[in-house]
Design a protein around this ligand. Structure first.
Ligand SMILES: [Fe+2]
Ligand SMILES: [Fe+2]
Length: 200
């Protein structure tokens, strides 16, 4: 994903955010690639959310603005919250287990604490944005919390960039084969319509 050149921007419009270039040609691990692909989709959605207040002010609640509200609202509730849960329940425990003890364990522990704290900050900002977005998605006029939108976009772009540049490369480096397999299985089970725990 690349940002548009500044010459295409409308007055007052900020350039679209983008993730840093991958450290390598991608991860050889499919599970880590899954997280990386999610970040691209999330940053795309943040860029869409960032321009929504201006579109609403300029065009009113037309079909395009409503379609954006529907797509952003659905994507955040379905995919972004699930992404946080996958990281916290699958990726972070695998990382912590592979890190073992000592300095590496302390580093991984502090990274996990930081990322989980940022997830909670993002989710509390979403709680301020979601009611207005839900009303717009149903075709009903509503104000958008523009300050919360600015904050969530900035925080999420920085959060995803940090995970891309520091956390996923670290995982690619230190994940042991058993933890790598557990991570892959955990993600696969989340994507099957028949979860094992539905039967036990
Ligand atoms: Fe995250
Ligand atoms: Fe992430």
């Amino acid at each position: 994903m690349t940002a548009r050149p500044d010459s295409t921007l409308q007055p007052g419009e900020q350039p679209a955010a983008s993730l840093p270039a991958p450290v390598s040609e991608g991860f050889s691990d499919e599970a880590l690639e899954t997280f990386s692909r999610s970040h691209v989709h999330i940053v795309d959605t943040m860029n869409r959310l960032r321009v929504l207040p201006m579109q609403l002010a300029q065009r009113g609640l037309d079909d395009g603005v409503r379609a954006s509200a529907v797509a952003i609202h659905r994507f955040f509730n379905d995919a972004v919250l699930e992404h946080h849960d996958e990281e916290e329940r699958e990726l972070f425990p695998s990382l912590a287990h592979s890190a073992g003890r000592g300095d590496e364990a302390a580093l991984v522990g502090s990274l996990i604490a930081r990322l989980a704290r940022e997830h909670r900050e993002i989710e509390s900002l979403w709680d301020r944005i979601e009611p207005g977005l839900r009303r717009l998605s149903r075709g009903r006029p509503a104000p958008l919390d523009e300050r919360a939108i600015e904050q969530i976009v900035a925080l999420y772009v920085a959060h995803a960039a940090f995970e891309e540049s520091a956390v996923l490369p670290l995982a690619a480096c230190i994940l042991k084969s058993g933890d790598r397999a557990a991570l892959a299985l955990g993600l696969a089970m989340r994507r099957t319509p028949y979860r094992i725990n539905a039967y036990i």
